[in-house]
Design a protein around this ligand. Sequence first.
Ligand SMILES: [Zn+2]
Length: 239
Amino acid sequence: MSGVAPELEKLLVLQEREQKKMRLERELTAWPSELKALESKRVEVRASAEKKRLEAQNAEVERKKLELEAEAHRAKAARYKIQQFETRKNEEFAALGTEIQREEKEVQEIEDRELELMALGEKAKKEAAVEAEAVKVKEADLTAKEEDLKKKKTELETRLADLLKEIESLAGGVDSGLLAKYRRILANKKDTAVVPVVHGTNCGGCHMKLTQGSALAAKGGKVDATCENCGRLIFWPSS
Ligand SMILES: [Zn+2]
């Protein structure tokens, strides 16, 4: 004679549902960190676009500063020119001429830098525009992913609620003494409480060799056949 005791069959179904329940609970536990990862991705994407925008803005601010500087030098040169026009001393005329040249050279240099900054600013502006477009696409993608994740959470919760009901009803159909034993083992082992005998000799839970008595009890379909090493309930698989 052989075969799994009907009570153990019930426990196996229950165990399968409870394992599923544990998997769902683990997934639900991971859920907040998955959402958080998406949120920080969003922050990252926005920061990168903001950086480009600021680069463009800073180039413009710098350029305006230079414009004022150039203006100041131009004004100086103009003042010197007036003074030069008014002086009658040759020495002073020559000295002012040198000053004017220096101011004009200064203006030239500043204007060159202004042109460079303008080019940089234009480039940054274009890049910022491209980046802003890319952000829109990335944000839409993130929003979709967040929606999916929220949907997934609802699904997981619904499935879990259904499973809990099923588990309760399945547990109600098992002998209470056996159920208590099963629950104790499961709470202790975390993974399985009822395991098959493997290769006809070993425990499917802890993989240790079973005593002949335990193996025979399992083979005989005894409901209380137990691995003496790990304490799990064992059964003889039908094929
Ligand atoms: Zn064992």
